[in-house]
Design a protein around this ligand. Structure first.
Ligand SMILES: NC(=O)C1=CN([C@@H]2O[C@H](COP(=O)(O)OP(=O)(O)OC[C@H]3O[C@@H](n4cnc5c(N)ncnc54)[C@H](O)[C@@H]3O)[C@@H](O)[C@H]2O)C=CC1
Ligand SMILES: CC(=O)C(=O)O
Length: 316
């Protein structure tokens, strides 16, 4: 339970940021929420609008349009600022633009005296989480990216839908880059303790090729949504609230986040999506799944694509 006043500072109140703010107050997760955006008018308007919903919230949240000095007393700074993908663009296409934006933002946050935890959602999220770690010089445990939390949620949702079971009984992870090289960990995917591979064939309609297509729908979900409505935001907003709760309420929950690898999974010096135990201190530990050979190769490919992309941008 919350035993002190928690403050969350949100940088970037666009589609993702404002959806996060809305979901956060609806779940009564923090006592204070500060909104910051380059577009001050929008951010100020959001603070007014959200405050008017507080009488309907499960518990009060004090919300205001603020500035970087408010980060000094923050427990968590969540960054959703920056460009999003236009139809046809990949997340990696955003790397240069958003890294430049992040340098300015992180410098301001650090200058405030902030001592809490960074949570990054802006894309390409794995590389920008690495950039925050590098620009801030914070301990790696206190810099977290949303990683594949959304992809894992999409995977569980689609598996639950396919097998007609509650998604909360589906235990399955998407790991790797939050992007085109991500992979499903089929070797450790189960429903209620029974491996997904064992469900195949138990009914005529359960077929392996359907699962392959299901994963492609997970991997390409952002493209499918962006084609239809220009951006995705509700899913990630709820994922960010889930992470916020795990952190502020010291849950030690296992969530797939972008975490710094220092030998885990046989790789180092990269932020990438893996299951990790998340609590008030940030990332307590990475959960190392015993990947099969195919999964190891795919994961290594994902690591190499991230390193190759961020090399020219973050090498100095
Ligand atoms: N990690 C994930 O799973 C997901 C990540 N995203 C990413 O989240 C990011 C934000 O997406 P949207 O909210 O749709 O974009 P948006 O364009 O609606 O909002 C971006 C906001 O950032 C603000 N901003 C830009 N530069 C800033 C600066 N220097 N300081 C403060 N604020 C600044 C803008 O004024 C704008 O309000 C994108 O990079 C997008 O790709 C989106 C969905 C899922
Ligand atoms: C945009 C994005 O990263 C997503 O919806 O997965």
């Amino acid at each position: 339970m919350i035993d002190r006043v928690n403050r969350v500072v949100l940088i970037g109140t666009g589609a993702v940021g404002s959806s996060y703010a809305f979901a956060l107050i609806n779940q009564g997760v923090t006592e204070e929420l500060v909104l910051i955006d380059l577009n001050k008018e929008k951010s100020e308007g959001d603070a007014m609008d959200l405050n008017h919903g507080i009488p309907f919230a499960p518990s009060p949240t004090k919300i205001w349009f603020g500035n970087y000095s408010d980060c000094q007393d923050a427990d968590l700074v969540v960054i959703c600022a920056g460009a999003n993908q236009k139809p046809g663009e990949t997340r990696l296409d955003l790397v240069e633009k958003n890294t430049r934006i992040f340098k300015g933002i992180v410098d301001e946050i650090v200058a405030s005296g902030f001592q809490g935890i960074f949570l990054v959602a802006t894309n390409p999220v794995d590389i920008l989480t690495y950039a925050v770690w590098k620009f801030s010089s914070f301990p790696k445990e206190r810099v977290i990216g949303s990683g594949t939390i959304l992809d894992t949620a999409r995977f569980r949702y689609l598996l639950g839908d396919y097998f007609k079971v509650d998604t909360r009984n589906v235990h399955a992870y998407i790991i790797g880059e939050h992007g085109d090289t991500e992979l499903p960990v089929w070797s450790h995917a189960d429903i209620a303790g029974r491996k997904i591979s064992d469900w195949i064939g138990t009914k005529d309609e359960y077929q392996q090729e359907h699962l392959e297509q299901l994963f492609l729908n997970v991997r390409d979900a952002a493209y499918h949504i962006i084609e239809r409505k220009g951006a995705t935001y509700y899913g990630i907003a709820m994922g960010l609230v889930r992470l916020t709760k795990a952190i502020l309420q010291n849950e030690s929950s296992v969530l797939t986040v972008s975490a710094f690898l220092n030998g885990e999974y046989g790789h180092e010096d990269v932020y990438i999506g893996v299951p990790a135990v998340v609590n008030r201190k940030g990332i307590r530990e990475i959960v190392q799944l015993d990947l099969d050979e195919t999964e190891k190769v795919k994961f290594a490919h994902s690591v190499s694509v991230l390193k190759k992309t961020m090399g020219p941008v973050l090498s100095n």
